[in-house]
Write a protein that binds this ligand. Structure first.
Ligand code: SAH
Ligand code: SF4
Ligand code: F3S
Length: 489
């Protein structure tokens, strides 16, 4: 750099960040990028040209870890040619594998667990200048008292970066960290630490900041989001209280929350979903299995009868509420009979959609210690396929009920097919847009991309198992008659 140029600290550093896993990770990546932008980092989507590479990792299934180790493998030679490149592993796998990551991938410079993300800017700088490996992780769950371990996992919710969001008007807001349920198959209580709820005043302040940045829809995040419970200034707050407070924030149009734990689906929460106009009529409440024996071995803490009772309360309190689920197929000892019980529950509950996973044994979990992974891979694959087919069949039947009705859609932007140039519309200024209804169904229709961020009414005329298709209408009242007009774009 010549001395006549303005005194920039250094050239902008190029950051490549890759995120796998759940919404928590998407949010964590947004926060880390926001912090790093303050340090003159700019984003690149080429990991080879980046001078800093970060992987935000997930350990929930073996596949997710494998993906990251393969990516790290690809960087081995790049690092040999560009020794100044800093490579970091953050998130759940960092907390779980710790030093092991340096052993398996010796070219990694930095390992930072989920509870230490605030350290990343500083540690990147130390790694860059000293070339020494840096590691920051929280205590293991057995390494101290509950409160000591909890203190070592810091909730990281400082700066926000609008550019990292799914769209400019949708944002995640963390309301809890950690999990204390200890389902026997799951690593999350280890990777995310003890369950801790954030204070309502902090959450509200963040929601106000987001509104200032143009956000209209917030999705509240927690591993068991409906277990939220915290005392501030002598008052106890539950999720229903939080929803009421956020519902009152001007500028917020929609509120969602994931993921719910069946046992904590209390009536006050269902009433809040029913009564608060901005809260989506959508509940993601994973069942995992429809067989009591399996649920017991999973240590989910409820029976099929409890789940049925919950579904009945949802149906009675919040009419037309969409419910979705997660299932694990091929869990240790899952017989064909137990699997068919899950299929029966799917027929009974008619989930809007379900995420279906093949059981993946996780070292360090109780299930892995106690039982062998005895269901062969091809049986798991077959059950996965069978369950997916049933789920889709039901979803398509239920989606067909929407044909001929109007749905309110918050427009997210051009649909994926339209972005890839697969869809052409009659009018050049129109593209295929996508958005979601209040019950979280995906809706596609033609319209001007400028509609992104607004709420429109769509008349549904067709569907698949995942999508409602329709056209935008506006409603005008003329001499007491309600008539529908095509929107002028
Ligand atoms: N906290 C959420 C989900 C966290 S993980 C909840 O309890 O609902 C997301 C999903 O991954 C789980 O719902 C479960 O279906 C699946 N999952 C977790 N551990 C798994 C494992 N070892 N093998 C396969 N799927 C798993
Ligand atoms: Fe894992 Fe169970 Fe906690 Fe969900 S509730 S994160 S499945 S331990
Ligand atoms: Fe994965 Fe961690 Fe989320 S293990 S599912 S990224 S909490």
């Amino acid at each position: 750099m010549s001395s006549s140029e303005p005194a920039a600290p250094e050239h902008n550093r190029k950051l490549y960040i890759e995120t796998v896993g759940c919404q928590m990770n998407v949010l964590d990546s947004e926060l880390v990028v926001a912090a790093l932008r303050k340090q003159q980092f700019e984003l690149t989507d080429d990991m080879y040209e980046a001078d800093t590479v970060l992987f935000n990792t997930c350990s929930v299934r073996d596949h997710a870890e494998h993906k990251i180790y393969s990516q790290l493998g690809r960087l081995k030679f790049a690092k040999r040619h560009h020794p100044a490149k800093v490579i970091g592993v953050m998130g759940c796998m960092a907390q779980k594998d710790q030093e092991l990551i340096f052993q398996r991938a010796p070219h990694v410079d930095l390992v930072v667990g989920t509870g230490q993300l605030a350290e990343i800017p500083r540690l990147l700088e130390v790694a860059r200048t000293t070339r020494d490996r840096q590691i920051a992780i929280s205590l293991d769950r057995r390494e101290g008292s509950r409160s000591e371990v909890a203190m070592s996992f810091e909730s990281y919710d400082p700066l926000r970066d609008p550019e990292m969001r799914p769209t400019p008007f949708q944002a995640y807001v963390r309301i809890m960290i950690g999990c204390d349920k200890f389902c026997t198959y799951c690593v999350v209580p280890m990777t995310r630490g003890p369950e801790q709820s954030r204070l309502p005043s902090h959450i509200l302040a963040e929601v106000h900041t987001l509104v200032g940045q143009g956000v209209k829809e917030v999705t509240l995040l927690g591993q068991t989001v409906n277990s939220y419970r915290v005392t501030e200034n002598g008052r106890m707050y539950r999720l229903s209280d939080l929803l009421e407070m956020i519902n009152a924030v001007p500028g917020i149009e929609r509120i969602k929350f994931v993921t719910n734990f069946p046992k904590d689906m209390t009536d006050d929460l269902l009433q809040a979903v029913r009564d608060l106009p901005k809260v989506a009529r959508y509940l993601h409440v994973p069942l995992q299995s429809g067989c009591d024996e399996v649920l017991k071995r999973m240590k989910r803490g409820y029976t099929v009868a409890d789940y049925r009772d919950m579904m009945q309360r949802i149906r009675a309190t919040v009419p037309k509420c969409a419910v979705s689920s997660d299932f694990i197929v091929g869990f240790c000892g899952e017989t064909e009979e137990s699997f068919q019980k899950s299929m029966d529950l799917i027929r009974e509950c008619r989930f809007k959609n379900s995420f279906i996973f093949k059981y993946s044994p996780r070292p360090g979990t109780k299930a892995d210690d106690l039982w062998t992974d005895d269901i062969p891979e091809d049986v798991k694959r077959h059950r996965n396929h069978e369950m997916l087919e049933l789920t889709n069949e039901i979803a398509e039947e239920d989606n067909a009920e929407f044909i001929g009705t109007d749905v309110e859609v918050l427009v997210e932007g051009p649909s994926k097919s339209s972005e890839k140039g697969k869809i052409e519309t009659d009018t050049p200024q129109k593209v295929q847009l996508m958005g979601r209804s209040m019950c979280d169904r995906i809706v596609v229709f033609d319209g001007n991309p400028r509609l992104a961020g607004s709420t429109v009414t769509v008349d549904v005329h067709d569907c698949t198992s995942t999508t409602l298709m329709g056209s935008i209408v506006t409603r005008q009242v003329v001499h007491g008659l309600s008539i529908e007009l095509p929107i002028v774009s």
